[in-house]
Design a protein around this ligand. Structure first.
Ligand code: 1QQ
Length: 401
């Protein structure tokens, strides 16, 4: 077969694959505008259902505020962005389906999500193979950016964030000596986080008296809680998700544990309030966002959020806003270098990925940039303590100085 015959055969094949319509092919060869996108589609794969739906909703709140805010400023040189939502649920299958739909059907330029690292380890390789950028907004386990060239995150690693909670606990109670660590062994993020907590405890010269395991689906923690109490732990550190973690706190307190409790990033949602209610009071949780961060974009984000929800945004809401901001600003600067209307979808995805990794951003999280592998570089971190109203119905994250 000579070259021309080969080309004709190939074109016929494309024609056949496209169901006979020469204007639609499966290879994304048309320039971006010929795809008739009047807006630029960015995919969002957060949990809308499952036991982590409330956490997913906090992410959705953040991206929606970003969409409205950046479109009100003119989008990408007049062309608005449009978020496309797919429910990633709380498990791997949900995240994989959401990613496949966003990539193949919705033809997004990039994805924000999924909610859990446990899901990211399964779903992100799909985007990597399809060469579609992913920005994790709540994936904090070790190894996420390393999944591939198209995978980045704006959610700082547990390795950086978690030790701050231990320092804060020691500041609140310098006589802490015996530490009991608990973790959910069926979740990638919690396994990653507990390693950091355990090595921090040892590095501080504290006595790690016990390591207790549980599952994120567990509801009864009597045995593990009793073990820690019998060993006279005076600090408890829990790596779990909001429902299991909150129930563990509740049972520890009901069994008489009176010392400080640190909760990991799985506790970083107001969902926890309804689980341990008044007994959530005093839980220490490290933060990668402060509503008080003094820059213009944070003021704008905060104002928009408070106007809509009448409370302060959570960390994941700010991180989700930031992920969309990264896409918007990278699209803007890419558009200046090579107009995105002239790129086909696969060119746009690849160039957008390169562009976003190379830039600096002034965000609600402060100034951020990316390491070559796609991990976020962020400067300021914080620690909050839960303050519950006596009736246990309402609570807030109170930032420690
Ligand atoms: C992760 C996390 C979650 C607990 C927060 C959404 O940090 O899975 O990486």
């Amino acid at each position: 077969m000579n070259k021309t015959t080969l080309l004709i055969t190939f074109n016929l094949l494309i024609f056949a694959c496209s169901g006979g319509n020469p204007n639609i092919n499966n290879f994304g060869n048309k320039s971006f505008n010929q795809n008739n996108f009047d807006s630029i589609p960015i995919g969002v794969a957060f949990a809308q259902t499952s036991n982590i739906a409330l956490l997913g909703q906090e992410g959705i709140d953040g991206v929606k505020i970003a969409e409205k805010y950046f479109n009100s400023k003119g989008g990408i040189k007049g062309q608005p962005i449009k978020l496309v939502f797919q429910d990633a649920g709380g498990d791997e299958v949900g995240a994989i389906n959401a990613f496949q739909n966003l990539i193949n059907r919705d033809k997004v330029v990039g994805i924000v999500g999924p909610t859990l690292s446990q899901q990211a380890f399964s779903a992100n390789p799909i985007a990597e193979r399809a060469k579609v950028p992913v920005i994790g907004a709540s994936n904090t386990a070790k190894g996420i950016p390393e999944i591939g060239d198209y995978i980045a995150r704006v959610s700082s690693s547990v390795a950086i964030v978690a030790p701050n909670a231990v320092q804060a606990a020691l500041k609140l109670n310098p006589s802490i000596k015996k530490v009991a660590v608990f973790y959910a062994q069926n979740d990638a993020f919690n396994k990653s986080e507990t390693e950091i907590f355990q090595s921090t405890v040892k590095a501080q010269g504290l006595d790690l008296v016990t390591v207790q395991k549980f599952q994120t689906t567990d509801t009864d923690f009597q045995t593990q809680a009793t073990n820690a109490i019998n060993l006279k732990a005076d600090l408890v550190i829990i790596s779990g998700l909001a429902v299991d973690g909150g129930n563990l706190v509740k049972q520890l307190r009901e069994l008489g544990y009176q010392g400080l409790i640190i909760g990991g990033n799985g506790f970083n949602t107001s969902h926890i309030f309804s689980v341990c209610k008044a007994l959530c009071d005093g839980i220490i949780i490290a933060q990668a966002y402060s509503p008080e961060h003094p820059n213009q974009i944070n003021s704008a984000f905060l104002q928009a959020y408070i106007q809509q929800y009448n409370k302060r945004p959570s960390q994941v809401t700010a991180q989700a806003f930031t992920a969309v901001q990264v896409y918007v600003e990278a699209l803007e600067s890419l558009n200046q270098k090579s107009p995105i209307r002239d790129l086909n979808l696969s060119q746009l995805r690849t160039k957008l990925n390169q562009e976003l990794l190379s830039k600096k951003y002034d965000t609600p999280l402060g100034e951020i940039s990316f390491t070559p592998v796609g991990d976020v570089v962020q400067k300021q971190f914080y620690v909050a303590q839960l303050k519950m109203e006596d009736n246990g119905l309402k609570g807030k994250f109170q930032y420690l100085k």
